[in-house]
Design a protein around this ligand. Structure first.
Ligand code: SF4
Length: 257
């Protein structure tokens, strides 16, 4: 029996995959420590946040809950944290979804290429959502040059692996941080463009404002005071840059604080 360390699930969600209804599961644990992360308590597995749950079985298992929701959803969506830290549990859940006739969606930071390829080799993934974190140093809080290069290499290798799998649709999310993202976005898109073009019409971009308190609970509040809540003009400018680069794009809205 495979167990997953999760914070919980939501039977039907309208906000986790663009334009789709999902059964969303929050996996605990992450290999990064982004300063803006609003799921940091489960990413860091803080006491009282996470519990072990059987993936398969009847009542009480994730599969049991998914089977009740299957008729009403487009995808089972796993997010976190970083779900690929628990690739065995994700694979088991996606196999269960396949048996139920439900499509699968993975939200990942794309730095764990080996585990990602395990899922792809079994044909278990239909949709992937990932952030384009730019500028990478500020958005991850990592200062070591070698570690940053390694993240870029893994991210690009993962994107290439996804591009080669013709069944996979990519949702590239760009979190817009105030006074940060616009500095490097054009260059970041330019560098990724050769890989992103390989997806053809299987890629779309969602430009999202990076929200902070009182709507979210970021890991680093001081960082968020400086860079969360971008202005409408920054969002518009980011959206314009993405569209002019030739990508199909959607723009998230700024909620009222
Ligand atoms: S934002 Fe994502 S990748 Fe970064 S720490 Fe949070 S869960 Fe991990």
């Amino acid at each position: 029996m495979v167990d997953a360390l999760i914070a919980g699930w939501k039977e039907t969600s309208l906000i986790d995959v663009h334009g789709a209804v999902t059964f969303t599961v929050w996996f605990c644990g992450c290999n990064l420590r982004c300063p803006f992360c609003h799921n940091h308590r489960l990413a860091d597995v803080e006491p009282g946040t996470c519990r072990w749950v059987p993936v398969r079985g009847g009542e009480g298992s994730i599969e049991g809950a998914l089977s009740h929701a299957a008729r009403f959803i487009d995808y089972v969506h796993v997010t976190g944290g970083e779900p690929l830290v628990q690739v065995g549990a994700v694979a088991e859940l996606f196999r269960a979804a396949r048996e139920l006739g439900v499509k699968t969606s993975l939200n990942t930071n794309l730095t764990l290429t080996g585990p990602l390829k395990e899922l792809l080799s079994e044909g278990l993934v239909d949709h992937v959502a990932t952030d384009l974190k730019t500028p990478l140093r500020e958005m991850t809080g990592i200062t070591d040059e070698g570690a940053l290069r390694s993240i870029v290499k893994s991210y690009e290798s993962s994107l290439k692996a996804l591009a080669e799998n013709e069944g996979v649709v990519l949702e590239l999310r760009i979190p817009i941080a105030r006074n940060l993202t616009l500095r490097t976005l054009p260059q970041a898109l330019k560098e990724l463009e050769p890989i992103l073009r390989r997806f053809g019409d299987r890629v779309y971009v969602v430009v999202n404002p990076l929200l902070g308190p009182p709507i979210t609970d970021p890991r680093n509040r001081e960082w968020c005071e400086r860079h969360c809540w971008p202005g409408e003009e920054e969002l518009e400018e980011a959206y314009r840059i993405v569209v002019e680069a030739g990508f199909k794009a959607f723009k998230g809205r700024l909620p009222v604080k």
